[in-house]
Design a protein around this ligand. Structure first.
Ligand code: IP8
Length: 256
């Protein structure tokens, strides 16, 4: 089994509130279907989560009743995005079940404290594809906090030990420095997790740490002896190639 994370910056327009990139979602889902691989699908929130979460300072936890509106909007919005992904899966005959983290994750002080993976196991055992996503969840200490799709990928990887993990992002892979800022940034084609660079925080609206947070998660997954591929979801067939073991442009982080 393979865990695939579709980044919010690929499946949404990150600068425009609640704007899904439906054609990109459909193409990526087609690539998954064509690969015939069994997967767990995780997706980010993009502009369906980060803009509202930032506006209502949801990443700082529950401080005032004004944030309740933000909680409501954020959770409802990520579910709308999830529904768009679910419809695309259905239209491509990938029968799936949506598992919102709000109902199976508990956090403590912004860190994942408990995750109930029973529904994932049961879905997989009967051949349904489990789908989950970055969401707002309850937090013992803070009232609520943000659970990123990347943290879910890490915890799912530790438990299910997938043959590999694929992060689909809006860049060709991991670079030695931020390619959005530096023209001479070099793509790292193959790298041991120990050698991963420490990335700067995202320049876009992102409450879960942007590329810097993602690299930390990738390091942790690779430490579990799982290979991690990072590929560009805006380029046709890179996801398909990574799923089926073809050599595609991207970054391979060697697990071990
Ligand atoms: O896009 C963030 O999840 P991510 C979830 O996977 C929210 O980092 C609600 C902003």
């Amino acid at each position: 089994m393979i865990i695939v994370k579709l980044g919010g910056s690929v499946i949404t327009d990150k600068k425009r509130e609640n704007r899904a990139r439906k054609k990109v979602i459909d193409r990526l889902v087609r690539e998954i279907k064509k690969s015939k691989k069994e997967i767990i699908l995780v997706h980010g929130a993009g502009s369906f989560g980060h803009i509202h979460a930032k506006e209502y300072k949801l990443d700082r936890g529950f401080k005032s009743r004004n944030q309740l509106k933000g909680f409501h909007i954020t959770h409802s919005s990520v579910r709308i995005l999830n529904q768009i992904v679910m419809s695309s899966l259905y239209n491509h005959d990938i029968f799936s079940v949506s598992l919102p983290p709000l109902s199976f994750v508990e956090m403590n002080n912004g860190k994942l404290k408990y995750i109930d993976l029973k529904c994932f196991e049961e879905s997989i055992s009967i051949g349904l594809t489990p789908v989950t996503f970055g969401d707002i969840v309850f937090d013992d200490e803070l009232g609520f906090s943000i659970c990123s799709g990347d943290i879910l990928v890490l915890n799912l990887s530790r438990y299910f030990k997938p043959e590999k993990v694929i992060f689909v992002i809006d860049e060709d892979g991991i670079f030695d420095k931020d390619p959005k800022k530096y023209k001479d940034a070099k793509l790292l084609r193959e790298i041991k997790y120990d050698d991963l660079p420490v990335a700067e925080k995202s320049i876009y609206t992102d409450v879960t740490g942007g590329m810097g947070g993602k690299i930390e998660v990738i390091r942790e997954i690779a430490k579990e002896d799982i290979d991690v591929l990072v590929v560009n979801g805006n380029k046709r067939d890179r996801l398909f190639g990574s799923l089926t073991g073809k050599k595609v442009k991207g970054t391979l982080v060697i697990g071990g």
